[in-house]
Design a protein around this ligand. Structure first.
Ligand SMILES: [Zn+2]
Length: 333
């Protein structure tokens, strides 16, 4: 508000000065000193991302109200990039060779239910970042060019705000807890009804046996590289991804099929598998940092199709997360 007042007063001052010059122009003698031009108003700096201080549980919108950040205080950050419902007419539809424009149905609500379930269980709220725009307008899991194709000038600030919101959440997690985990929530329509957990390991890499996978150095460039370097429980690297105590293993024990997991250590040749995307790449610990990321691609039936499914799945996921956080991150509510 302070900036706005200054801007308003600056504009008024310029306008008033211009009026004075115009009224006196015809009668000004050569000896009349030239009025000093007013200083230009200070530039209005639009914040790139959400501006604190933040209250846990309160929500903040980007200037166009297209992305929502809800502040949390848990070491979990939930992102819902493909569940937006808004289709403003001012935005052209995205169209490009690579562009996917279909939403991941019900994943916005699923993300909210997961965050709420975690909060009820622990008294600590996950950070939540929700893209409110439909994917035909904005893809919140792509680089700037593909995310905003046909609308880049309009959507660049929204794209920047969203990633700044994730960075804000990561900074809070790091400050409070040192380490944490981003969950990038999606939905797939592949033939096998199971979660596809993405750590940036390809299907080909996952099909290696544990020893070969460890020898390949593939672990160092996963989105949970930090977890691997600091794991608390002495498990091998491969077990982190597909052992009984991996997220897939913990979910499997709670009745939710997943790959990778003990029952499905890797997708078989020919089976579809999403192994991570832009958000996992950018916001996990692949390159640096102490916040890991896992992309969770959800099948439809029994997970995100009905309110009952979403509640049941969220409960199982939070159960699994609490074990994972305790065993691998040393965190308890
Ligand atoms: Zn998706």
């Amino acid at each position: 508000m302070h900036q706005l007042n200054r801007r308003v007063s600056g504009v008024w001052f310029v306008t008033a000065s211009a009026l004075v010059l115009a009224c006196g122009g015809g009668s000004t003698s050569p000896n009349t000193p030239t009025p000093t031009p007013p200083a230009p108003p200070p530039p209005v700096v639009t914040p790139v991302g959400p501006v604190g201080p933040f209250a846990v549980g309160s929500s903040y919108l980007d200037p166009r109200s297209w992305v929502q950040y809800t502040a949390g205080d848990a070491p979990i950050i939930v992102i819902a990039p493909h569940g937006g419902l808004l289709s403003p007419g001012e935005l052209a539809d995205r169209s490009c060779t690579e562009c996917v424009t279909a939403n991941d149905t019900n994943t916005q609500d699923l993300a909210r239910v997961i965050a709420d379930t975690f909060t009820v269980r622990t008294g600590r709220r996950p950070h939540l970042i929700v893209n409110l725009l439909h994917r035909r307008k904005f893809d919140a899991n792509r680089d700037l060019t593909e995310a905003t194709v046909n609308n880049t000038a309009t959507l660049r600030p929204t794209w920047e705000w969203m990633h700044a919101a994730v960075d804000t959440a990561k900074a809070d997690v790091t400050r409070r807890w040192q380490r944490g985990l981003v969950l990038d929530m999606h939905g797939h329509a592949h033939a096998i009804p199971r979660l596809e957990l993405g750590y940036l390991l390809t299907g080909t890499q996952l099909r290696l046996d544990d020893a070969a996978l460890a020898a390949s150095n593939a672990f160092n460039t996963t989105s949970t590289a930090r977890l691997l370097s600091t794991r608390l429980s002495g498990r091998t690297a491969a077990q982190i991804f597909r052992g009984p105590s991996s997220l897939g293993g913990l979910l499997e024990a709670r009745g939710v099929r997943a790959v990778p997991s003990p029952a499905a250590p890797a997708p078989l040749v020919g089976e579809d598998y999403f192994n991570g995307g832009y958000n996992t790449l950018r916001h996990g610990s692949r390159a640096s940092g102490s916040v890991d990321a896992i992309q969770i691609e959800c099948h439809f039936t029994g997970v995100r199709d009905t309110p009952e499914s979403r509640a049941r799945f969220a409960s199982a996921l939070v159960d699994a997360l609490l074990v994972l956080l305790r065993e691998e991150y040393g965190w308890q509510p």
